[in-house]
Design a binder for this molecule. Structure first.
Ligand SMILES: *Cc1c(COP(=O)(O)O)cnc(C)c1O
Length: 481
C-alpha cells in the first residue's frame, strides 16, 4: 500500500476504485437479473431488524466495503416493495432504466457544480435541451421554460408559486385555487405551503368517469367572485392517481381563458403519454396549459427523484424565483442560456439533467414512446379479461395504463363489497407474483392495476390476470356458499 493512501482514506487508489466499482456493478447486474423472481411486495416485515439497526453507533473506524454490501444486497434492499420488478402494478409505478443509473454515477462521481450557468455551461445546456424536448413533446411554445425537480409534488408546488406571484402579488388571502375530489393530495399540500390556506381551496365534484365537472367549476368560480374573492388557479389532472381519469382539459382551458385563471395540468402520471399519437386525442388541450407538472420518474421510466415543471410563459417562472447575491456570478440575463437557480428554489443541487439526457440520447425517444404504447395496450388487454370475470364491476377502463374495479354480487351492499374487494386484493398480493393496490372513491373501495414499470410485459400481465381470476373466483364462491 502506498503511503498516500494510508494518509488519505477518502481518496482510494486507481486500482481500488476499479475493484470497488467492479464489485458493485457485478452485484447490481445480478440483482436486476433476479427482479422477476423476487416477491413483488417485498419482505417488509422488518420492525425487529429496524429496531436493532436503529442502535447502530457512529462507525469510528473502517469497515471493509464487502461487509457493508453483503447485507445491503442480500437482506436490506429486498425488504422493500419490488418497485423495479415486472410484477409491480401498485400506486403509480416508477422507473429506473439502467442508463439513467449510469448517468447518475457519472454525475455524482464527476460532481460538477450545476447551480449556476457559469460554473458548468455545457452540462446545463444538456439539461436545458431536455426541458425543451419535454415542452416540444407537450406541444408548448418556445416561450416555455422549466425546471427539473425532485418529483411531481415539487413541480406542482412551483406552478402554484409562479401563478400566485404573477396573479395575486401580495394579496394572498384573496386568491382561490380549484381542484377536483380526485386531484392528487400534493396539490392541496403545495397550496398550503405556498400560502393558499385550506379555506381558499375548492374541491369540485366529478362525473361518472371521475373527471372534474366543468359546470360545477364555473359555478364555484362565480360564487367566489360574488364573495369578493379572486379565483386564480385551476389544477386539472392528466391521469388521476386513483382511477387514471383525464379531466376535460380543453373545456377547462376554455373556461380558464374566459375567466383569466391560470390553468395548471398535473400530468405527473399521464402527460408523457402525449408522446403516443393514438393517445393524444384523450389528452387534447394539454398544449394549452399555462403549466404542466411531469414526473419523468413515472412515465418516462427514470429513477425516483426526477420530476419536471414546464411554465408556458417562462418569464413568470423566473420572476417568481429570481434571486442573486454579491458573492455569486451574475446570472445569465438573456433568454438563451439556462440558469437553474433563477427558475427554482435550489442553489446547489445534484446534476439531474444527465439522468434524463443520457437515456434519451442513447435509446432515442422512440424507445420510450414504444414502451408507453406497450403499457397502454397491456392495460387494455388485462382490463378486458378482468372485466369478463363473474362478479367484477369495472369502475374505470384504462384511459392510459390504469384500471380500477370492485366485486359485486346479487344482494351485496357497499360495506360487503369493500371488504370482499380488499380481501381479494390482499390474497392476490400474497401470491407474490404481482403487487396491486386499492383506493376509495366516494366510499367504494376499488382494486387498481397500473401498468407503468418498463419491465412489465405480457407474461407479467398474464400472471396478474390469472391471480386476480383465481382470487375473484374464490371470493365469489364464499359469497354464494
Ligand atoms: C405521483 C403523483 C404526484 C406526486 O408526484 P411525486 O413524484 O410523488 O412527488 C402528483 N400527481 C399525480 C397525478 C401523481 O400520480
Amino acid at each position: 500500500m502506498p503511503d498516500l493512501q494510508a494518509h488519505y482514506p477518502l481518496e482510494p487508489s486507481a486500482s481500488d476504485m476499479q475493484a470497488m466499482g467492479q464489485d458493485i456493478l457485478t452485484r447490481i447486474v445480478e440483482h436486476l437479473d433476479q427482479l422477476s423472481q423476487m416477491p413483488s411486495c417485498g419482505d417488509i416485515e422488518a420492525q425487529a431488524l429496524c429496531s436493532e439497526l436503529g442502535k447502530e453507533p457512529t462507525p469510528d473506524g473502517e469497515t471493509p466495503l464487502k461487509e457493508v454490501l453483503d447485507p445491503l444486497f442480500s437482506d436490506w434492499i429486498p425488504r422493500s416493495f419490488t418497485t423495479p420488478g415486472p410484477g409491480y402494478l401498485g400506486f403509480i409505478p416508477g422507473g429506473g432504466v439502467f442508463t439513467s443509473a449510469l448517468a447518475d454515477f457519472i454525475a455524482t462521481a464527476t460532481n460538477r457544480y450545476t447551480g449556476v450557468w457559469k460554473a458548468a455551461p455545457v452540462l446545463l445546456q444538456l439539461e436545458s435541451n431536455v426541458l425543451r424536448w419535454f415542452a416540444e413533446w407537450m406541444g408548448m411554445p418556445s416561450t416555455t421554460r422549466g425546471l427539473l425537480t425532485t418529483g411531481g409534488s415539487q413541480a406542482n408546488f412551483g406552478a402554484i408559486v409562479s401563478a400566485r406571484e404573477s396573479l395575486l402579488g401580495e394579496a394572498l388571502r384573496d386568491g382561490v385555487l380549484y381542484t377536483s375530489s380526485q386531484t392528487h393530495l400534493c396539490v392541496r399540500k403545495s397550496a398550503r405551503l405556498a400560502g393558499i390556506l385550506p379555506d381558499r381551496v375548492r374541491v369540485v365534484g366529478v362525473d361518472a368517469k371521475y373527471r372534474m365537472r366543468v359546470d360545477e367549476l364555473a359555478e364555484t368560480i362565480q360564487a367566489d367572485r360574488a364573495e369578493g374573492l379572486k379565483p386564480f388557479f385551476v389544477a386539472s389532472s392528466a391521469g388521476t392517481t386513483n382511477t387514471g381519469s383525464i379531466d376535460p382539459i380543453s373545456d377547462i382551458a376554455d373556461l380558464c381563458t374566459k375567466e383569466g385563471l391560470w390553468h395548471h395540468v398535473d400530468g405527473a402520471y399521464g402527460a408523457f403519454f402525449y408522446l403516443c399519437p393514438d393517445l393524444q386525442p384523450r389528452l387534447a388541450g394539454l398544449p394549452r396549459a399555462d403549466s404542466i407538472a411531469l414526473d419523468p420518474h413515472k412515465s418516462l421510466f427514470l429513477p425516483y427523484g426526477t420530476g419536471a415543471l414546464l411554465v408556458r410563459d417562462g418569464k413568470v417562472l423566473r420572476a417568481a424565483h429570481a434571486a442573486t447575491a454579491e458573492y455569486l456570478p451574475e446570472p445569465q440575463g438573456h433568454e438563451e442560456f439556462y440558469e437553474p437557480s433563477q427558475y427554482g428554489p435550489e442553489l446547489s443541487r445534484d446534476y439531474r439533467g444527465l439522468r434524463a439526457w443520457l437515456p434519451l440520447k442513447v435509446h432515442g425517444v422512440s424507445a420510450f414512446r414504444a414502451a408507453l404504447i406497450e403499457k397502454h395496450e397491456l392495460a387494455v388487454s388485462a382490463a378486458k379479461r378482468v372485466a369478463a370475470l363473474p362478479g367484477v364491476v369495472m369502475d374505470a377502463d384504462p384511459q392510459l395504463s390504469l384500471f380500477a374495479f370492485h366485486l359485486s354480487w346479487t344482494g351485496s351492499d357497499q360495506a360487503a363489497e369493500n371488504a370482499s374487494t380488499q380481501q381479494m386484493l390482499e390474497r392476490v398480493n400474497a401470491r407474490g407474483r404481482v403487487m396491486i393496490t386499492g383506493c376509495s372513491v366516494a366510499g367504494q373501495f376499488m382494486a387498481r392495476v397500473c401498468v407503468l414499470c418498463f419491465r412489465t410485459h405480457a407474461e407479467s400481465m398474464d400472471r396478474c390476470v390469472e391471480d386476480i381470476a383465481t382470487e375473484v373466483a374464490a371470493a365469489m364462491a364464499e359469497k354464494v356458499a
